[in-house]
Ligand binder design. Structure first.
Ligand code: NDP
Length: 451
């Protein structure tokens, strides 16, 4: 089957799954030359097998809200590929969660996890439950009901979920408690756990920090650095907060942050004090980004209309852009605005935040572009380090974990560049990351036979 036949077959097999098809298309086009060079991959139909989840679980989640009403949600776990290790990937709680979204995330996760060099397969899960506006008690009830089914399908050597959008320390805690009670055992079945009950230092910071380490590695190839660079960041959750923190550490200036209703632009840039306010607003008060401008007069706020044809956040002048909210938040028009304003680098903190058309605009204009599966892999890599510490029954210091994270991000950077070079696409991190991740998993699948 050639590339266009394979694309057509995948489309026919997965109708109504636009996000999954988008992720699949990007990979299929990138790795066509690798398949041509390795007849075994075609003979064993490796790519076709990678595009099919090994197992996909869908279940009902029923729980009682604070008023005593019965609520019904859908829960899922996509166990995509276990060729190189136990399934690993986050859980997302958001009303936009569908099988297509989770399949795209699980598919990307397979490549990302392979790039980290830690033996982890790929998976993803979640629910259409919306934690926004729910009481702590309701979130706990939901998490317990969700784990009431999921616990049968996961395990510390089988499938180890973590957080993602809508799932942070609070939700991981409730789910871990429920799992422990149901299974009557204390194991590292989830990552992102609290420090003091199996969590790893730096896990909370890891995705955002790792993203900025990756960007610094990219700039270093041009003898440049983040110092003095104006940076646009979207999102205001876990990834965005720690990306902003590391930009400040490295002397850059982060001027934006957003949530699903709007964004703030602070010309003077985030300081440590402003970032602490944002963390408290989002993590403890569970407030809206709008409230930032009431406190800091240097900033302005604008609504974002999710249905508009462009996002005004990306129309500001900047050297670097770090989309850290959600999928498809940078489209072709946004990319053109960024390029017109002289953007040098875009590295993805979120998963698939840039559309295929947007990526093409960036690459054609010579902007350095890093795909999420490489640049946001620091989160899962540190989850891998959390698993290792759990297996060993030990705790590493923050400095040790941070040093390992930096080392892993540098390796992913160098491996992606080397693979791109080898296949005649020098400087193309997207093609390089896809090829390097694919090769690792594909070789394992060939070695393990037709299963
Ligand atoms: P959080 O839930 O902590 O934060 C998500 C942020 O994005 C919030 O500001 C949220 O706004 C905003 N957002 C969510 N959905 C939308 C939407 N449909 N439109 C606009 N804004 C939206 O999640 P994370 O920071 O953990 O995750 C952000 C991204 O990073 C996701 O793509 C995730 O898959 C990816 N990622 C996360 C990792 C991790 O370790 N956490 C690891 C690797 C990737 P609001 O407050 O209004 O909901």
């Amino acid at each position: 089957m050639n590339t266009s036949e394979l694309l057509a077959a995948v489309k026919a097999r997965n109708p109504n799954e636009p996000e999954f098809l988008q992720a699949a298309e990007e990979v299929i086009l990138s790795i066509a030359p690798v398949i041509d060079k390795n007849p075994d991959f075609a003979r064993f139909r490796i790519l076709e097998r990678m595009l099919e989840p090994e197992r996909m679980i869908s279940f009902r989640v029923t729980w009682l809200d604070d008023k005593g009403n019965v609520q019904v949600n859908r829960g899922y776990r996509v166990q995509m590929n276990s060729a190189i290790g136990p399934y690993k990937g986050g859980l997302r709680f958001h009303p936009s969660v569908t099988p297509s979204v989770l399949k795209f995330l699980a598919f990307e996760q397979v490549f990302k996890n392979a790039l980290t060099g830690i033996p982890m397969g790929g998976g993803k899960g979640g629910s259409d439950f919306d934690p926004k506006g729910k009481s702590d008690n309701e979130v706990m009830k939901f998490c317990q009901a969700f784990m009431g089914e999921l616990y049968r399908h996961i395990g510390h050597r089988l499938d180890v979920p973590a957080g993602d959008i809508g799932v942070g320390g609070r939700e991981v805690g409730y789910m871990f408690g429920a799992y422990k009670k149901l299974q009557n055992e204390f194991t590292g079945v989830l990552t992102g756990k609290g420090i003091g009950w199996g969590g790893s230092l730096i896990r909370t910071e890891a995705t955002g920090y790792g993203l900025i380490y990756f960007a610094e590695n990219m700039l270093q190839t041009k003898n440049d650095s983040l110092k003095g660079k104006v940076c646009l960041v979207s999102g205001s959750g876990n990834v965005a907060q720690y990306a902003i923190e590391k930009i400040i550490h490295l002397g850059g200036k982060a001027v934006t942050a957003s949530d699903s209703t709007g964004y703030i632009y602070d010309e003077e840039g985030f300081t440590k004090e402003k970032l602490e306010f944002l963390k408290d607003l989002k993590n403890n008060k569970r407030g809206r980004i709008k409230e930032y401008v009431e406190k800091f007069k240097s900033a302005t706020y604008k609504d974002i209309d999710g249905k508009a044809d462009s996002n005004p956040l990306w129309s500001h002048k900047a050297d670097c852009a770090f989309p850290c909210a959600t999928q498809n938040e940078v489209n072709e028009k946004d990319a053109k605005h960024l390029v017109k304003n002289g953007l040098k680098l875009l590295a993805e903190g979120a998963n698939m935040p840039t559309t295929i058309e947007g990526i093409n605009v960036l690459i054609d204009a010579g902007v350095m572009y890093a795909p999420g599966k490489a640049s946001n892999a620091g989160g899962v890599a540190t989850s891998g380090l959390e698993m290792t510490q759990n297996y060993m029954g030990t705790n590493w210091s923050a400095e040790e974990v941070d040093a390992k994270l930096k080392h892993i991000m540098k390796n992913i950077h160098d491996t992606s560049l080397a693979a791109a070079n080898e296949y005649g696409k020098a400087g193309n991190y997207m093609v390089g990351a896809n090829i390097a991740g694919f090769l690792k998993v594909a070789k394992a699948m060939v070695a393990q036979g037709v299963i």
